[in-house]
Design a protein. Sequence first.
Length: 143
Amino acid sequence: MASAAFEEIVEDFAFLEDWEDRYRHIIELGKALEPLPENLRTPLTKVEGCVSQVWLVPRIEGTGPGARFSFEGDSDAMIVRGIIALLKRLYDGLTVAEVLDVDARAELARLGLDRHLSAQRSNGLKAMIARIRALAEKAAKAA
């Protein structure tokens, strides 16, 4: 189950037939992200396993499985910033329990990303998804 904002991205991609246009759209989504403040770019927020520099900072409202999940993120690579923007649209506003139910690989495959990212970018995407899931699992267990 993806968020409504992600469903809008799926619809946008349906109108963009060329992958050059899709990449440009992903980059534009990344440009629209608010930059992450320098003080939040720490070893604790850095995602390991990405070739680019990537930071994800959770924003959890509430406690337990019903807590609302969102995050801020940033990268030094524009396409990766765009991927972060896609992930924000996929997860933001869901409960932490819903975050854990999302099959991110299947949802992103609806966009064709599974066939159009380099192996290095795919590994970085997997690392970002793993970090998001770990943050949601930790929040779900919090009382």
